[in-house]
Ligand binder design. Structure first.
Ligand code: GMT
Length: 379
């Protein structure tokens, strides 16, 4: 019955980069379609600030911190999920991450003596990192197999999950999407000047959580070559474990004046509006959501030929692919593009077209909605 509006429990890490963004944007779209979305998590999802009457929060609180070396979050979460399943009469659960969330969902079902359907979406870190740990591999498999439907955010992640985890379960690929209302070409006002960038400088941008998998060091090495050839600035947006070391590296390389560390920002569309090119040279990336954010704002990208990135970047159309660690090739390709305005314009147009054709939010949300109805009927 497609007219029936559903009550969905969503379990995610609200503040964890791409997966948190996708989980919250999807919830917003579902809420707009009339479904009642119940977020069960440790905090308020960070991009879900605009309150919609169909969105509800159930915070997981852990008592007894002092007793345990590790606070038992996964169990507290299961307890909360079980409670919400019963109290709100949920129709299904949508779980982001096999470990730990699909495990908590399985436990919650059992605790609540419920036959509620579960969809688990794999985002990458759970499979590509945890899946290599023999102690966790079986747990990831258990989480996937306990779900009624598993999805992966790229074809690459789907295949990697099969080869690493060998689950006896079909996995569907449903690509990520971005909010096209938010990510679009905007007027940046005086932002370029405010950041101390000259009008004629080319701007390269990288946005991430500064984990070591992002290989920011490679970005700086590549930028060093670019900087020798053209007037340019590198914008490093975000924060995380590698930040201090990267600031030191920038100084050591004599690039302190040309690399701007902005910290976390809320004005990404404006920052992208002053950017000519994005760099994403990660060693692991199941999808690379930030590439779509850039594309939607007309920023082509240079990125590594790994994981799900080649499903987003069409080499020579909306950006260039380089092999992991090949910082010279990244610099060469960046220079071709930045020094050829005609080609750059074409890449910008292709980038925007990629978002609207291959990653159109309406069609991706519809794919999830179809699965929601399918799983809700199992009950
Ligand atoms: O990459 C991160 O540091 C964050 C991580 C997450 O769990 O949010 O991102 C993963 O999920 C994103 C959304 O599906 C993908 O766009 C990222 O590629 C993926 N990260 C990795 O696979 C390393």
């Amino acid at each position: 019955d497609y007219m029936k509006k559903l009550k969905v429990g969503v379990i995610c890490y609200p503040t964890l980069g791409g997966s948190g963004v996708v989980a919250t944007e999807l919830g917003m779209k579902m809420a707009e379609r009339g479904h009642e979305m119940h977020y069960i998590s440790s905090g308020r999802p960070f991009r879900l600030m605009d309150v919609h009457p169909n969105i509800h929060f159930h915070e997981v609180i852990i008592d007894g911190y002092a007793v345990f070396k590790y606070p038992p979050y996964d169990i507290a979460l299961a307890n909360r999920i079980a409670h919400v399943i019963q109290k709100e009469k949920l129709d299904l659960l949508h779980v982001h991450y096999a470990v730990p969330h699909a495990i908590s969902a399985a436990l919650a079902k059992d605790m609540a003596k419920s036959d509620i359907g579960v969809i688990t979406t794999l985002h990458g870190t759970d499979v590509t990192i945890l899946g290599h740990d023999p102690a966790l591999k079986n747990t990831v498999r258990y989480g996937i197999e306990k779900s009624d439907i598993a999805t992966a955010v790229s074809e690459s992640l789907r295949q990697e999950t099969f080869s690493l985890i060998e689950p006896e379960k079909e996995i569907l690929t449903i690509y990520n999407f971005i909010d096209e209302e938010k990510y679009k070409p905007v007027h940046p006002g005086s932002l370029k000047k405010d950041l101390g960038i000259n009008e004629n400088d080319k701007v390269i941008i990288h946005v991430s959580n500064f984990r070591s998998v992002k290989r920011i060091s490679d970005i700086i090495d590549s930028f060093k070559t670019i900087r020798k050839e053209i007037n340019s600035k590198l914008l490093l947006v975000g924060t995380g474990p590698e930040k201090i070391e990267m600031m030191e590296k920038a100084k050591r390389e004599g690039l302190a004046n040309d690399i701007i560390f902005t910290d976390k920002r809320d004005d990404l569309p404006e920052l992208l509006a002053i950017s000519d090119l994005m760099f994403l040279l990660s060693e692991k990336e199941a999808f690379g959501l930030v590439l779509l954010e850039g594309f939607a704002c007309g920023v082509p990208a240079i990125a590594t030929n790994i994981g799900g990135i080649p499903e987003v970047i069409e080499d020579g159309e909306n950006g260039y692919l380089v092999e992991l660690g090949d910082v010279e090739s990244a610099a060469d390709k960046a220079l071709w593009l930045l020094q050829d305005p005609v080609k750059h314009k074409l890449f910008q147009e292709n980038a925007m077209r990629t978002v609207h054709q291959k990653f159109d939010s309406a069609s991706i949300v519809a794919q999830y909605e179809e699965l929601y109805y399918k799983v809700a009927e199992l009950k």
